[in-house]
Design a binder for this molecule. Sequence first.
Ligand code: SF4
Length: 356
Amino acid sequence: MSEPSVPLFRPERVYVEASVQELPYTQEILARLREQMGGDLDIEVLEDGRELKAPSRLTWAKKGLLLTRFRPDEPLREFTAMTVSTGRPTYSLNLISNCHLECTYCILQSYLANNPVIAVYTNLEEVFEKLATQLDQLPQGSIIGTGQIADSLALEELTGLHQKLIPYFAQQDRVRLEMKTKCADVAPLLDLDHGGQTVVSWSLSPTKVQQAEEYKTATIAQRIAAMQQCQQASYQIGIHLDPIIHHTGWEKNYRQLIKQALGAVNLEQVAWVSVGTLRFPSKQVRLMQERFPKNKRIFNNLKSTHRRFMHYPDRLREVIYRVVIAELKTWLPEEKIYVAMEAEQAVPAAAYVVAS
Ligand code: SF4
């Protein structure tokens, strides 16, 4: 077996909510964890997983696992900003929350500040039951993403979640599932019956940015190789040039990245490419400075807006979009390219969240 592209998640604390303790999916994950960690697990059973909620250091939070119950009546939430950006109704299915990888700009640092663990929701049968009715009511062509508050693939070797979701979505043709990741370990996906209803998407950055700002993630070459593997297994793929980070040589580096990625894949099997410049809540600046004190350059040129978001000045964003989109258009038709999250004036801050 090849080496994993990212460090495996090996929690130091494991909590299980009593109401999901006996569920088959909970037991499946615990069995895998015992096998992977070589023996007995010290598990704390909680009456209610929400007992854990408290502001905590994110580095500590990334070492805890909670298996818990998905509570909302409707498992899907409309991802308003993305619906506006893509012109396609877009929803989030957040069955994992938080991520053990370490991107300096990750918006989950502020969005999940009250979550001292990585949570996996294991009442899947209940979720599937509710999805069965909800999916029928969604507009044809809707997209459901699992990468809004987690990296879709980072915990797959532990949870096997998408090995259940992908065949489930293959049974209908109304909506497509979108996974979004910075990992490259796609082997478990390749033999699944996906029915063309899953798009596997990667966030890409120039290698210089990946090495400086996306700790623990797969290299860009590994991600592109994973794209090729997925295409060989007849998946459509997506690419997210998001966040685009301004840096010395950015123009050359992004052109080169586009060439490297799009030159390596079958363009017919590219569902979409998004572009979006760096942005995060202003309150996250302090957290980033504390967690990554050496990463000062990421703040270059950013300014805070009245909406309390850090982003590049309009003029710089325009230049970046013009250059990157012009380059993309030499490879792909315009309808496959969209600008992410430019609807930010129209939606509440929570709707900006996009992690992986
Ligand atoms: S940006 Fe994505 S991959 Fe990086 S830490 Fe956040 S969720 Fe994980």
